[in-house]
Design a protein around this ligand. Structure first.
Ligand SMILES: NC(=O)c1ccc[n+]([C@@H]2O[C@H](COP(=O)([O-])OP(=O)(O)OC[C@H]3O[C@@H](n4cnc5c(N)ncnc54)[C@H](O)[C@@H]3O)[C@@H](O)[C@H]2O)c1
Length: 270
């Protein structure tokens, strides 16, 4: 018996697809046959991943824009026939372009004690993790409703499910995105559109485990973190991409309004 996911003829937008988890999702959707529109705030990142897909024989287009810019998201996504939207862009939003080489880190999701922060510090988390999701979903839905078919998958975080100290604004924005997508799932189910969340534990997108080999302090932090995981390793981007590709497929047409953890067992669902 074989099992194949065939996304031939489908177009997928992946936000923040220029590196890390987003890049793995782009490659996986393309391998399943989708044409992938690779979004990233950093144009070079989007271009490199689109090129990588084409070199592997897939179809891709780089689409650089900032998801927190409603007009830009509407213009870019509105110009495409979008069957699949993966809201992946997140964390603390875009770095400045000067500080954003392909593979570089963005600003930290950790802000320290909440009582030491002010509303101006919170904005960037809501801009990308909540408004970015709302903007792109708003832009993609009219196509999907007209087609009577669609898939929306939003990457959230266990920080927004279980809570994580020093990350309150990030956790709040991710929990907001999860609530938003549940509401949208109820609005568009009868249009053949499914809407789900995937909540991640720590995924080693920045070479954390490699860095820990050189820093005893970081190694200790990673060791403490892994003690909380049933499968005691950090996640890898490919651990996420398979579930996203399945949820994007026709095989997942009766799955909607859900939040799936991909987290090595850091938290468990009933
Ligand atoms: N890596 C983890 O441990 C982890 C854990 C939980 C959730 N997540 C979530 O998974 C998703 C991917 O994380 P990652 O670790 O691969 O992140 P990453 O920072 O390595 O990559 C994110 C990409 O998104 C782009 N981006 C950021 N803001 C953007 C914006 N406003 N518009 C367009 N592009 C933008 C960045 O340029 C970057 O290329 C994020 O939503 C993140 O919050 C990650």
């Amino acid at each position: 018996m074989t099992f194949t996911i065939d996304l031939g003829g489908k177009s997928a937008v992946v936000t923040g697809g220029g590196q890390g988890v987003g890049r793995a999702i782009c490659l996986s959707l393309a391998a399943a046959g989708a044409r992938v529109i690779v979004n990233d705030y950093v144009p070079d990142r989007a271009t490199l991943v689109a090129k990588e897909i084409e070199e592997l024989g897939g179809a891709a287009l780089a689409s650089p824009f900032d998801v927190s810019d409603y007009a830009a998201a509407t213009k870019a996504i509105g110009a495409e026939k979008v069957d699949i939207l993966v809201n992946n862009a997140g964390n603390a939003g875009p770095p400045t372009l000067e500080a954003a080489p392909p593979g570089g880190r963005g600003p930290s999701v950790s802000l320290g004690e909440f009582t030491n922060t002010e509303p101006a510090d919170w904005d960037r988390y809501f801009a990308v993790n909540l408004y970015g999701v709302m903007n792109c979903t708003r832009a993609a839905l009219p196509h999907m409703i007209a087609a009577g078919d669609g898939r929306i998958i939003t990457i959230v975080s266990d920080a927004g499910r279980v809570g994580e100290p020093h990350m309150a604004p990030y956790a709040a924005a991710k929990a907001g995105a999860a609530g938003f997508t549940r509401a949208i799932a109820r609005e568009v189910g009868r249009d053949g559109i499914t809407v789900n969340n995937v909540a991640l534990g720590t995924v080693d997108t920045i070479g954390l485990e490699d860095m820990a080999r050189e820093s005893p302090e970081l190694a200790e932090r990673v060791r403490r973190q892994l003690k909380r995981y049933i499968v005691p390793r950090l996640g890898q981007p490919d651990d996420v991409a398979g579930l996203i590709t399945f949820l994007a497929s026709p095989a997942a047409s009766w799955i909607t309004g859900q939040t799936y953890p991909v987290n090595g067992g850091y938290s468990v669902n009933m």
